[in-house]
Design a protein around this ligand. Structure first.
Ligand code: ADP
Ligand code: MG
Length: 261
């Protein structure tokens, strides 16, 4: 009798099925049904992926920052897809059906809002503003109104209410969290998903919350500590992300060697 052919027993990487590879992350099948593993790459893209680079260590630091924030949100009762951090570049999350919207919340004028409406960057907004963008790379993620969202069935009116309420709670929480460490939360983008539990469906925060998806300015100097450093060729991109993590108490040292892997 011959023993059965040995199953491939390489590292985890070789046994896992890749579900999707995006611009900044790879999704793998998770260990349990309904779970997936998010692998954070070092790839940086901007302007609808017309500008590209590899920023060594970025994936490691974004995995840590996003995991930290999601964990804190879970703890205050804001539902997210996050389950746990597996290692330097990977986190285990619940698989959701992504709602094809990018929900942007702004506290201070910057980026496309400044360009479109002619409001100088850095101008505080009279109140927090929520915007919706249709998540469609081919179209460059165009801004849409609630009318489009319901007419085309991207989300229901109930879901839009949930998205707005959750976004405002995240804004309140993150504004305070970053403010406490001398960082101004200028704006950020959220993605949401539908989490099916039996015959129940819940709206939860998915994807990532990191300096790739938020504008973070030093309160004292207005120095940018986010992806605008990459978009605008300001240099020291990963270093700025590490400084965000250091201030939040996620990493001890400002040295990139601590997190690059
Ligand atoms: P993209 O280039 O589409 O932005 P990313 O590199 O950011 O992709 O990879 C993450 C992808 O996985 C995104 O398309 C995002 O919508 C999706 N995603 C994020 N979290 C989840 C989740 N919990 N379940 C399923 N898909 C998710
Ligand atoms: Mg993305």
């Amino acid at each position: 009798m011959r023993p059965p052919a040995a199953a491939p027993r390489g590292g985890l990487m070789s046994r896992r099925k890749k579900i999707y590879e995006g611009k900044a992350k790879i999704l793998y099948e998770g260990p349990e049904p309904g779970t997936i593993i998010q692998y954070f790459k070092d790839d940086a893209t901007a302007f609808n992926a017309q500008k590209k680079a590899i920023l060594e260590g970025k994936g490691v630091i974004n995995n840590q920052i996003s995991g930290f924030i999601m964990q804190n949100l879970n703890a205050i009762g804001v539902p997210t897809h996050y389950i746990k951090t597996m290692n330097m570049r990977e986190q285990l999350v619940r698989e959701v059906e992504i709602i094809p919207l990018e929900v942007v919340c702004r506290n201070v004028a910057a980026g496309s809002l400044s360009t479109r409406l002619g409001i100088e960057e850095g101008t505080p907004l009279p109140r927090s503003i929520i915007e919706f963008y249709y998540k469609k790379d081919e179209l460059g993620d165009p801004m849409v109104a609630e009318e489009h969202i319901t007419a085309f069935n991207w989300a229901s009116t109930q879901e839009i209410d949930d998205l707005m309420a959750l976004t405002l709670r995240v804004n309140d929480y993150l504004f305070g969290m970053f403010g406490a460490v001398g960082i101004k939360l200028v704006d950020f983008k959220l993605e949401f998903g539908r989490l099916y539990e039996g015959d129940m469906v819940r709206t939860v925060i998915a994807d990532e919350i990191s300096p790739d998806s938020a504008r973070l300015w030093d309160v004292q100097t207005n120095e940018k500590m986010d992806k605008d450093r990459f978009r605008r060729d300001l240099g020291n991109v990963t270093e700025a992300y590490v400084e965000v993590a250091r201030r939040l108490g996620i990493v001890k040292q400002a040295g990139i060697s601590e997190v690059a892997g």
